[in-house]
Ligand binder design. Structure first.
Ligand code: M6R
Length: 615
């Protein structure tokens, strides 16, 4: 879980790498470093902190010239974030320099062996072990860098995306991948290496995504040669045309990516619909579902595997699938599922949900389900990501790049895709009447405009945020479809403002959390008209009689909750199953404003990273 960037070609490498690292900071931001080849030697600078800190330090320390270089932005695994543990890492001779995203699990035994052979280590990292292992192989086998990398990687257990070069052969970079993403941008007589395509999108639209267990030697003026790491066989490069554009990955006038992404939701949901929701014809078209309809229709149950916000979207889908398509659903944390001994049969459909498509636990859960014969369907945002490729079939959310670490549009577009699938299956199974089906399609089509309307609460949400920003605890309550939204609201607040928050099913409150309620406790209650309204109103009464502060998320025009609550934030009316798409909006805004008022780094909260590619 780090970002890696490399360049070899005819331009100055430094500005390309620096800008690339800034774009990849969502993957980790506790330290950063760059190594450049200046025509005679390697110049390396690295530091604890963000890429902006590196920029200041580097420009004072080293010359920035050179047309070959590599850079890294880190999310620490082995070794605390400090200057020494930052990447790139030199080999003992100083000839090789490496960047690495991933974990070398057997690094301790490899390190012991290398120490016996006289190697010394400056850092606590597994990466420094790897670069010295490569150097050791290179010397002992008297071989080229590419071959040495291949032999070394065959001794390694773990996950990696690496880029390494040798100052004595400054016309090539060797890269390899297992479990962590790696893209090679193919320009005019120049090549770009990166964890995703964002660092090179303005230079080329052509990219090769390495598959697991592949490595490539990228040669100046010569091109890219890809091999299988295990058996040395050559692989035909598959060059993809990228659809991403620069505007999509920049802030576009917003102060933060998170805010931009919150506001992008009406369009993101429209993009999710595009070509799929044909309301006039009363058709939902999803190739991944159509092609595998039998699997879905014969499914004994659906098992959803996901983490974090994606898991919350999975919980919403449990209600949708059971309600509409009458298919039993289990929603599993991928990290638990993969280490249980889950009972999975060939008649199970596993749906893996992931924004990044790179989450290590979700990926492992998919592999486990596949090994037991299940059909695995992916719901991912990042096109060509590991999960998208590992699953048998899938549907992209088409939300566009999500850069803010806190997921926002990923959540609403995941729910949208899952709703489309559930409706399509319900129609195929005959578990929904044609009038109800049409009604759902019409309501769904109205959602982008209603999300836009829900966003109009922003200014008022900000005033509510100002009142509660200094509290230490929050409770979020919801029932039915809105219980997962309560969980998601609490997660959003925790992760970016560092305020403790818990989400609970509203009715569970009286089984414990009610003890927390006093005049200092703000409680966000989702109380829309559709969905156990009267029951939730009773829960609100219970809170009120204990003097809790009530922030109600209500349907436009609601009077009953308004009379009881301290604040109400209105969202437009819709059918019950679609309420999460609206009620989540003010909760995203609330967490955003509180975090901002507390001076937190909204887009890059501490200790987190956008893609969690370690378990
Ligand atoms: O990329 P994924 O959807 O697989 O990521 C899973 C979680 O790490 C992610 O949803 C995380 O909880 C969010 N960033 C929280 O906002």
């Amino acid at each position: 879980m780090c970002g890696i960037v490399g360049y070899i070609g005819h331009r100055e490498a430094y500005p390309i790498i620096l800008k690339g690292l800034k774009r990849l900071e969502y993957r980790g931001y506790d330290s950063a470093g760059i190594a450049l080849y200046d025509g005679t030697d390697i110049k390396l600078s690295k530091t604890k902190g963000k890429v902006a800190d590196l920029e200041t330090k580097l420009e004072q320390e080293i010359s920035t010239s050179g047309s070959l270089g590599i850079g890294h932005t880190r999310w620490a695994t082995h070794g605390v974030p400090n200057d020494v543990n930052s990447h790139p890492h030199y080999s003992n001779s100083g000839d090789l320099v490496i960047i690495h995203n991933g974990i070398i699990e057997n690094y301790e035994s490899l390190k012991k062996e290398l120490i016996k052979r006289g190697y010394t280590f400056k850092s606590d990292t597994d990466t420094e072990v790897l670069v010295n292992l490569i150097e050791d192989v290179k010397k002992n086998e008297n071989t080229k860098l590419g071959k040495a990398v291949q032999i070394a990687l065959n001794q390694v257990v773990g996950a990696y995306a690496i880029a390494v070069f040798d100052k004595n052969k400054p016309n090539e970079i060797v890269v390899a991948r297992l479990g962590s993403p790696l893209a090679i941008g193919i320009g005019e007589d120049e090549f770009f290496i990166a964890s995703d395509a964002s660092p090179f999108i303005e230079y080329t639209k052509n990219a090769i995504y390495l598959e697991d267990e592949e490595m490539a030697v990228v040669r100046r003026h010569k091109g890219v040669k890809i091999r299988k790491i295990k058996d040395d066989s050559l692989v035909d490069p598959y060059v993809q045309a990228l659809k991403l554009n620069l505007e999509q990955i920049e802030k576009g006038g917003y102060d933060h990516f998170m805010l931009k992404e919150i506001y992008e939701q009406p369009n993101a949901i429209l993009d999710t619909f595009r070509g799929r929701l044909l309301t006039n014809e009363a058709i939902i078209k999803m190739a991944g579902v159509e092609d595998n309809m039998k699997k879905f229709l014969n499914a004994n149950r659906i098992i959803v595997v996901a983490c974090g916000t994606s898991w919350h979207a999975g919980l919403v889908s449990e209600y949708i699938f059971e309600d509409l398509a009458r298919i039993p659903v289990e929603v599993e944390y991928a990290s638990e599922f993969r280490y249980r001994n889950p009972i999975i049969t060939e008649n199970d459909v596993v749906i893996a949900i992931s924004q990044s498509g790179e989450t290590a636990d979700t990926l492992a859960a998919i592999k486990l389900a596949k090994s037991k014969g299940a059909f695995v369907f992916g719901v991912c945002n990042v096109v060509g990501s590991s999960i998208a490729r590992e699953t048998h079939a899938g549907a992209y959310t088409h939300a566009g790049p999500e850069i803010g670490v806190a997921s926002t549009k990923a959540f609403t577009t995941q729910i949208t895709v899952l709703t489309l699938i559930a409706l399509r299956l319900a129609r195929a199974k005959g578990t929904i009447s044609s009038s109800d089906y049409r009604h759902h399609l019409i309501e769904l089509e109205l959602i982008p405009a209603k999300v836009k309307k829900a966003l109009e609460s922003d200014a008022y949400v900000k005033t509510v945020a100002a009142i509660y920003k200094d509290v230490h605890n929050f409770l979020y309550l919801g029932r039915g479809y809105n219980f997962p939204v309560a969980l998601e609201g609490a997660l959003k607040l925790k992760e970016i403002s560092y305020i403790h928050a818990e989400g609970y099913p509203a009715a569970e409150m009286k089984h414990g959390p009610i003890a927390l309620i006093d005049e200092n406790m703000p409680i966000v209650v989702i109380a829309t008209k559709k969905g156990h309204y009267e029951k939730v109103v009773s829960n609100i009464q219970e809170i009120k009689s204990r003097k809790g502060k009530i922030i109600g998320i209500v349907t436009e025009g609601d009077q009953q909750v308004k009379a009881l609550a301290d604040h109400v934030i209105e969202v437009p009316e819709t059918i019950e199953s679609l309420t999460p798409l609206l009620t989540t909006i003010p909760l995203q805004l609330l967490s955003y404003h509180i975090a901002l008022m507390l001076g937190k780094n909204v887009d890059q909260p501490r200790n987190l990273a956008k893609a969690v590619t370690v378990e």
